[in-house]
Structures are given as C-alpha cells and as structure tokens.
Design a protein around this ligand. Structure first.
Ligand code: BTN
Length: 265
C-alpha cells in the first residue's frame, strides 16, 4: 500500500491524532513545519509527515538522518493544558507509545533509554524531539512531538558513524514493515496514552516507562556539554528528570544529557 496523504487520510479518518494531515514528499524538518503551522493556529492532532527531510533535527543540535522511501518522520501538534514544567511527561509518554508499538514486532527486545531513545537490542531505532511554545502568562501554547523511526533502512545505508549504534525495525524483525500500518498504529497508541495522561495523570505512564527501561539499578554516566555526572539510577520523577544516587549516596536530579551504562551491579 502506498504511503501518502490519501492512504493516510483513509486510515486516520475519525481519529483525534491525525484529524488534520499534512504530507510532504520532502521538507526541511517536520518539526519546523509543524511549529510554523501551530504558530498559525493549527489545531491539536495536526500531524506533519514527510517521506524525507533535508534538515532532520535531533537533540542537542544533532542531525537526524532522513533518507526517502524507508522511514517514518512525523511531528504532531498537541495543545495540553499543563504547566510547562510537566512538558517532559509528553516526551516520556511518546517513548512508551513507540515502545509499545515496536513490541508488537520485536517482543522482548525493546528498551527505553532516558531521556528519549527507543532501542532494539540496545541499538537506537527511534528518536523523539519535543519542542514547546509557552509563556509564563499563558502556560503551554503548543507542544510539537517529533518522532523519527528507522523502519526499513538497511544497515549499510546508515551513515558510517551510526552503523554500530543504530538499527532499523526491518534489520531486527527480518521483514519489510508497512510504514502506513506503523504510522496508523503509532498515532493510535499516542492517542490512547495522551488521553490517559490528561485524565489520569502521569503515574501509570511513569510505571510503564520504567518497565520498558532497563536503567534502574544500573551505574551510569550522564554527559551534558562538559559536565559529567555519575551514579546509580533510582528512577525518574514527574518532571522527567532522571534520579541518580552518586558515589556519596547523594540523590541528584539530572535534567539533560546523554547516558551511558558504565557497569551492572
Ligand atoms: C534524537 O534522538 O536526537 C531526536 C531525533 C528526532 C527526529 C525526528 S524525525 C521527525 C522530527 N523532525 C525532525 O527534524 N526531528 C524529529
């Protein structure tokens, strides 16, 4: 089945996430397009999807490799009535939605790595980039949830620097995966968990995130710019921070960075 605006519109009819679809053969970044649309008033549930990106963005100003014909690059406009400090809950919720989705193809092998990587057998298969427009006076205006999933890209087609640390669903599941089916299921999962977050709060989602993560109890290093923090992971808090206990048993909250597991206990 083709992957385009028409096939998506048929499958997403009546859904809250996907209520308005903007499909592009090529864009700079679906996050940037969604951000511009949201600034002009695009409603909650608007989704931007592209076959390829020329300036796919990752966290910490990195690039996101975005070739055509194989992967999912999408950004969703959300307008939750929450305090901006709780916006990281949206990123963690998205990780749970993707982890649930990929578990349907590769059960047992899906893990979440704080703050926002989804991994298959320890290799990155999906990245999430959440961007927000908010003010002190009005709180959150909108949040853009950007999701990149390596679906059918072959290992040899990854940039050389990613080949040993990234993977795709096809490489792991051994079969070509329909991007249309995967996108529809992704939005379904997101809609379900987003409704749950808004109605029941973050508690059960946090538990789900922790079940998918294998970090609790592990000794890790978190690197952010020139700052390195190390300790044993105790969990995450409601602000999306990672809670670690350092070598002096001091409890620390880590807000950003790249994590590496240094040794198992
Ligand atoms: C990361 O792990 O560093 C986050 C990667 C996020 C990539 C996605 S692809 C769709 C959306 N558009 C972008 O430019 N970035 C996100």
């Amino acid at each position: 089945m083709e992957f385009n605006e028409r096939t998506l519109a048929v499958r997403l009819s009546g859904k809250r996430i996907g209520s308005c679809i903007q499909f592009f053969e090529e864009v700079d970044s679906t996050n940037d397009v969604a951000f511009r649309l949201a600034e002009r008033g695009a409603p909650e549930g608007t989704v931007v999807i592209a076959d390829c990106q020329t300036k796919g963005k990752g966290r910490l100003k990195r690039q996101w490799q975005s070739p055509p014909g194989c992967n999912i690059y999408t950004s969703i406009v959300l307008r939750p009535s929450i305090d901006p400090v709780f916006a990281p809950q949206i990123t963690l919720m998205t990780g749970v939605a993707v982890a649930g989705l990929l578990s349907g193809y590769c059960p047992e092998n899906v893990t979440l790595k704080w703050p926002n990587d989804v991994q298959l057998r320890g290799k990155k298969v999906c990245g999430i980039l959440t961007e927000m427009s908010a003010s002190d006076a009005k709180g959150v205006d909108f949040i853009i949830v950007g999701i990149g999933i390596n679906v059918n890209i072959k290992r040899v087609d990854f940039d050389e620097s990613f080949r040993d640390i990234a993977t795709s669903l096809k490489e792991e599941a051994g079969i070509e995966i329909s991007r249309l089916d995967l996108t529809v299921k992704l939005f379904d999962n997101l809609e379900h968990l987003y409704t749950r977050l808004l109605t029941e709060g973050f508690g059960s989602l946090k538990d789900m995130w922790l079940r998918y993560s294998d970090m609790v109890g592990k000794h890790i290093q978190v690197v952010f710019n020139d700052n390195v923090q190390a300790g044993e992971v105790l969990g995450i808090d409601d602000f999306g921070a990672l809670i670690i206990s350092d070598e002096n048993d001091v409890i620390r909250r880590v807000m950003a960075g790249d994590t590496t597991i240094v040794k198992d206990i």
